[in-house]
Design a protein around this ligand. Sequence first.
Ligand code: NAG
Ligand code: NAG
Ligand code: NAG
Ligand code: NAG
Ligand code: NAG
Length: 259
Amino acid sequence: MADDNAVSVSTLDFKNRFQSSGIVPEVIAALDPSVSFYAGFRAASDGHSELLVPGVSLTISEASLPIEFSVENLGNATGVTAQTRYLIYLLDADAPARDNPTARNLRHYLAGNYTLASNTSGVVASDILRTAQRLTVSPNRFFPFTPFTAPNPQPNTGVHRFIYALYTQPSRFDNAGFQSVGMDPNTANWNLSAWRTQLGLGPAIGATFFTIDTGANGGQGASSNGAVNGTSAAQTTSASLFTTGLTAAAALLGVMTIF
Ligand SMILES: *[C@@H]1O[C@H](CO)[C@@H](O)[C@H](O)[C@H]1NC(C)=O
Ligand SMILES: *[C@@H]1O[C@H](CO)[C@@H](O)[C@H](O)[C@H]1NC(C)=O
Ligand SMILES: *[C@@H]1O[C@H](CO)[C@@H](O)[C@H](O)[C@H]1NC(C)=O
Ligand SMILES: *[C@@H]1O[C@H](CO)[C@@H](O)[C@H](O)[C@H]1NC(C)=O
Ligand SMILES: *[C@@H]1O[C@H](CO)[C@@H](O)[C@H](O)[C@H]1NC(C)=O
């Protein structure tokens, strides 16, 4: 069953929610999405397909498999043509625990060769949000560098933030995997800025995130700064958006490369 009330999220809302969650700049320096990027999941309550609203809190079972990726406003991304391929990752910014994320970032998925899904009458719409276009990989091009590992954070390790991001794929990877440029298969302590340089990537064109609340560990965890104290996953799922003052954190982190 498809969701009957999925609505579009503007690129500005995505940007704001990455800031109000503290992900920007604590985990990634900046995010300026040109497209609205969505993942679908199966809601535990009624089994319906739901769209990942940035910041929504999922159960471990709901996070176990993305059922669809889709995108809106793809024409706003630079250098995109009908032939462009895309890569998608999922990471846990708060592994193994929110207050001591010594494995940040832990990669749960990385695969390239995504394209807009099409059939004989054109581009295929999302099953969940009719104004979005579905992204798929054909099986003969599906060589995930990091096969999908279902999120399974340990109990009492706080609120984990899981980030999906979408990039345009440099054409050299249309015929070669990421190992061809020496990418490290280890999934822990994944350095995004070093990785972008290694693969020759531009900034993410879209990104979204969900949280899994494992309890305790100070909730938001000591790793977040005082400015995000009180920004719960529940609040970020609500329609009201508020950005918290992260100037102090930005100053502490200094100049960083763009995500
Ligand atoms: C770019 O995005 C804006 C909304 O932010 C939309 O109105 C416009 O149609 C988009 N342009 C293209 C080419 O998709
Ligand atoms: C192609 O996809 C569109 C939705 O995006 C659908 O309405 C149409 O029925 C599909 N056509 C075929 C031949 O599958
Ligand atoms: C894309 O698919 C081609 C096969 O058509 C394969 O050689 C290449 O490794 C794939 N690239 C990625 C990044 O998965
Ligand atoms: C990530 O890599 C960059 C070099 O691209 C480096 O400056 C930075 O210190 C690294 N970050 C971490 C946390 O190791
Ligand atoms: C942070 O949250 C804790 C627990 O909710 C609360 O006791 C404390 O007063 C908050 N600190 C600030 C600076 O808001």
